[in-house]
Design a protein around this ligand. Structure first.
Ligand SMILES: Cc1cc2nc3c(=O)[nH]c(=O)nc-3n(C[C@H](O)[C@H](O)[C@H](O)COP(=O)(O)OP(=O)(O)OC[C@H]3O[C@@H](n4cnc5c(N)ncnc54)[C@H](O)[C@@H]3O)c2cc1C
Ligand SMILES: *[C@@H]1O[C@H](CO)[C@@H](O)[C@H](O)[C@H]1NC(C)=O
Ligand SMILES: *[C@@H]1O[C@H](CO)[C@@H](O)[C@H](O)[C@H]1NC(C)=O
Length: 332
């Protein structure tokens, strides 16, 4: 059976992979494709990206499936750009780990004694997870899909009718992230600006501080550096690097890591500055069928963390949609 997908970000690509594994013939239409790493109109090349579950997020089952997928991939094929790393998380707005639902899912979870916490942190804990280097992973999965016979068509679609005429498939998946920046669509979707920098480092640890500020380091396999962040600016559409954010990120990161980056010179040791826009959605992500379309977008800061779980759900929705269509036809 044939399935069409609008969008070639991490959600569209992993959905395609799950669908071909189930025997579907998949065609993807997208404005931006893996390899177009300079375009800020899509989010996936700009992510850290850590597989980092979040306490107050929905879809624990989706995050659990994703965790299993990337963990297996890191062990099976390191050339995918996926790597197992130690994670340390700190929070200054939580007194205990009762909200950390994933402590039973991740390997090697342990709470840190309070004497080992950075200033102001109320809790800290360690576990194992994975990082994905998008610059390696996106081309890797594209090549895999090419080999499995997935068709890629580069086009920007302006309407559902146009998507149908390009894809010619009975089922269409809308994995368009922010969608078209300038077209009226889902008005709940908003871009949340992020800015990070890739700094020379041999650290293989992922560190995340959340609460009164949002600061992290995410190692990037095969790049010689770590991504330092974070910045979260809803409604800011400036695609240029804000130079004032660089020393601010570095200062926050040093404050939570015992000055790990004290010798970093921002004029010498920054490999790249990154500015990207997360596809956020008021009320959370959308993963449902409406009028014969499977919607899978709005994954905000957690697109990689949800990706393979979303892909499996998309597969399930596609099968029931096709079964419905068949039942309908047999009644005609
Ligand atoms: C700085 C930063 C750091 C991040 N860090 C992490 C992290 O550590 N962990 C994590 O899990 N997530 C992280 N994210 C979030 C993650 O990047 C996104 O949630 C994810 O990439 C969204 O994927 P997507 O496939 O939904 O959308 P996108 O990657 O935006 O892809 C959308 C696709 O749809 C296409 N498209 C859109 N409109 C049309 C149209 N009209 N016609 C044709 N094609 C269209 C685009 O061209 C593209 O191919 C981060 C994001 C940023 C910006
Ligand atoms: C898959 O679909 C494409 C385009 O619709 C078609 O050209 C191709 O022959 C199909 N492949 C298989 C194996 O059915
Ligand atoms: C697909 O999703 C986008 C949001 O990414 C939305 O703006 C658009 O209207 C949707 N397209 C269709 C055909 O439903």
């Amino acid at each position: 059976m044939e399935i069409g997908i609008i969008g070639s970000g991490v959600i569209g690509l992993t959905s395609a992979l799950a669908l071909v594994k189930d025997g579907f013939n998949v065609t993807i239409v997208a404005r931006d494709l893996p390899g177009d790493d300079g375009s800020q109109q899509w989010a996936s090349p700009w992510a850290g990206a850590g597989i980092l579950p979040y306490p107050e997020s929905k879809g624990h089952d989706l995050q659990t499936e994703t965790f299993k997928f990337y963990r297996a991939l890191a062990h099976r094929d390191p050339t995918s750009g996926v790597q197992v790393v130690d994670v340390t998380e700190y929070y200054d707005g939580r007194n205990d780990d009762s909200t950390i639902w994933y402590k039973r899912m991740v390997p090697k979870y342990r709470l840190l004694p309070s004497k080992n916490l950075p200033a102001n942190a109320k809790i800290g804990f360690k576990y194992q997870s994975m990082t994905v280097n998008p610059a390696v992973f996106l081309p890797w999965i594209k090549r895999l899909l090419d080999k499995k016979g997935v068709h890629f068509i580069r086009a920007e679609v302006k309407s559902l009718a146009e998507a149908r005429s390009i894809l010619k498939t009975p089922v269409i998946i809308n994995a368009s992230g922010l969608g078209a920046f300038d077209l009226a669509g889902d008005d709940k979707v908003i871009a949340v600006r992020g800015q990070t920098m890739l700094v020379e480092s041999d650290s293989h640890e992922m560190v995340m501080f959340q609460g009164s500020h949002y600061t992290y380091q995410i190692p990037r396999m095969f790049s010689g550096g770590v991504i330092l962040g974070g910045v979260s600016q809803p409604g800011n559409s400036d695609q240029d690097v804000d130079p004032d954010l660089r020393p601010d990120i570095l200062r926050r990161m040093n404050a939570i890591s015992n000055d790990r980056f004290r010798s970093v010179d921002l004029n010498k040791h920054v490999i790249a500055d990154l500015v990207g826009f997360r596809p956020s959605r008021k009320g959370g992500y959308r993963l449902e069928v409406e009028d014969g379309i499977i919607h899978a977008y709005g994954f905000n800061t957690l697109g990689y963390t949800y990706s393979y779980g979303v892909a499996l759900k998309v597969c399930e929705l596609a099968k029931s949609l096709l079964a419905e269509k068949r039942a309908l036809r047999s009644h005609l």
